[in-house]
Design a protein around this ligand. Sequence first.
Ligand SMILES: NC(=O)c1ccc[n+]([C@@H]2O[C@H](COP(=O)([O-])OP(=O)(O)OC[C@H]3O[C@@H](n4cnc5c(N)ncnc54)[C@H](OP(=O)(O)O)[C@@H]3O)[C@@H](O)[C@H]2O)c1
Length: 292
Amino acid sequence: MPTTPQTPITLSRIALGMWRLDSWKLTPPQRLELVRQALDLGITTIDHADIYGSEQPFGEMLALAPSLRDQMQIVTKCGIVLRQQPSTLSVSHYNTSRAHIISSLENSLRQLRTDYVDLLLIHRPDVLMQADEVADAFNTLQQAGKVRQFGVSNFSPAQFDLLASRCELVTNQVELSPLHLTPLHDGTLDQCQQRGIAPMIWSALAGGRLFNESSERAQRVRTTLNALAAEYGTSVSTIVYAWLLQHPSKPVVLTGSGRLPVMQEALAALHLTLSREHWFAIWCASSGTPVP
Ligand SMILES: NC(=O)c1ccc[n+]([C@@H]2O[C@H](COP(=O)([O-])OP(=O)(O)OC[C@H]3O[C@@H](n4cnc5c(N)ncnc54)[C@H](OP(=O)(O)O)[C@@H]3O)[C@@H](O)[C@H]2O)c1
């Protein structure tokens, strides 16, 4: 069915993160091949931010095959302003003013070479955020057909409630992995379940640290993940993605690798259910304690 900029969006359960795009060192045709492969596999949600440096090379790729645009959901973020010069008074900071949100999004559209993004997130909570002003910016962008839906990232439940009292938010993108359990316990995922919105999960594999960090905790987690991978006859990554996907808030899980096998391991998790005992075995290995 043809979509319009106002059509509600459906994200794929596994999404492709573009933060590390630069490090993949791909030519535009190689980027195109990667995105085609992801789309063919059903990974249709692509995650950017204005500060990743990914929008311009992605847009260059999209210009090679503009018909792919409507087959994907493009997510981007705004609100972080990186330090411009090496001087005492130049610091990275947050800006969620109406003018900044609108100009950042318009710049993202130019870089991405598209007329609209499917989802725009406020990247980090801004202590100077004026909720009414953000809502006004969102409304302007939605009315202009430039953004379909809105969300936040790294917001506490209270920060989410504040902004959600002024506008509709469809996600909170947060860090969660067997090396970072915080959103399971600070109300973040409870809030998503209560509101019926899917959180988006970043650094599901702890940015790769799951495989090489030498801390006692990481070693404990690896031992458990290796045993579960053997038990279920699958890879450690698939076990981790399954562990995340199984949360009742029904998360969208980002994969941060441009390698096809990693995407396939993530997708395999859609068909794997861990027993409750095994789910908690990962939680216990991470926490370093049995459940109370
Ligand atoms: N909202 C936010 O504040 C925020 C913050 C950070 C990230 N994000 C989003 O989340 C996405 C995912 O984050 P992420 O990149 O940190 O995710 P991730 O999937 O946890 O980490 C990706 C890293 O793990 C490595 N890796 C994957 N499988 C591996 C294996 N079997 N052995 C060793 N290393 C392995 C990858 O290396 P290879 O490249 O070699 O496969 C890559 O360097 C980002 O692209 C971005 O879109 C959002």
